[in-house]
Ligand binder design. Structure first.
Ligand SMILES: [Fe+2]
Length: 227
């Protein structure tokens, strides 16, 4: 992706998020110079991978296949191993109308996907089989706001604003906005996007960036150069 495209997506995404009254934390607004001056005090942000995160899944057509994410908080893998402590994470995301977040599952992470406003959020569901592929036979049972619902493999669950679904590990899901762009919340187990995303079709999670413009905001993938 070009940096100029990323800058524009961040600007538009921020105003979309704020239009729903969701107020982002301070580090959402830091300039590149402010980050550079705060490197020492921001180790926890770097460790947790908090902040702006935009992906086109390496496919080069963000409007078609992509996701806008802002990680608000994220716990520790060591705590997860210990079974106590900071075991949770929270993201705010945007699924644009007809923009696909492609089919994937998580081995460790359970996640609640929440429609926080805008259009409808369509979520296509499958179980994974023992080989990590789509199970085209097994029905999928999920909780939507505490209500048990069972779907045929490949069925599409549609979440209206305010509705959510709990997706347990190894449940395949792909999602996109319908009728309008959707503000999507995620409340989950500790999140490690480097190792816990199993895509049905091998694709990238973090974009290659062509630096054609100065950075408006740093993405999570930009932190490495600071440390
Ligand atoms: Fe997911």
């Amino acid at each position: 992706m070009k940096r100029s495209e990323i800058n524009e997506i961040v600007r538009q995404g921020q105003s979309f998020i704020e239009s729903f009254g969701f107020v982002l934390p301070p580090f959402a607004h830091w300039s590149v110079d402010e980050w550079a001056a705060r490197t020492e005090s921001c180790r926890e942000i770097f460790r947790a991978g908090l902040g702006w995160d935009i992906t086109d899944y390496g496919l080069g057509d963000y409007g078609k296949t992509g996701l806008f994410l802002f990680t608000v908080r994220n716990g520790r893998q060591e705590d997860l191993s210990a079974g106590k402590g900071m075991l949770y994470a929270e993201k705010i995301m945007i699924s644009k109308k007809d923009q696909l977040a492609p089919m994937h599952y998580h081995e460790a992470k359970a996640e609640d996907i929440i429609n926080r406003g805008g259009g409808d959020l369509a979520v296509k569901l499958y179980h994974s089989n023992d080989d990590g592929e789509l199970d085209r036979e097994r029905k999928v049972t999920v909780y939507t706001d505490g209500v048990e619902r069972t779907f045929a493999p490949g069925d599409i669950l549609r979440l209206k604003p305010g509705e959510s679904v709990t997706l347990l590990p190894r449940v395949y899901h792909a999602f996109w906005g319908e009728k309008d762009d959707v503000l999507v919340g995620e409340v989950s187990t500790v999140n490690d996007d480097h190792v816990d995303n199993y895509f049905l079709n091998p694709i990238g999670r973090f974009p290659e960036i062509e630096e054609d413009e100065l950075k408006h905001r740093l993405l999570v993938g930009d932190y490495e150069a600071l440390q």
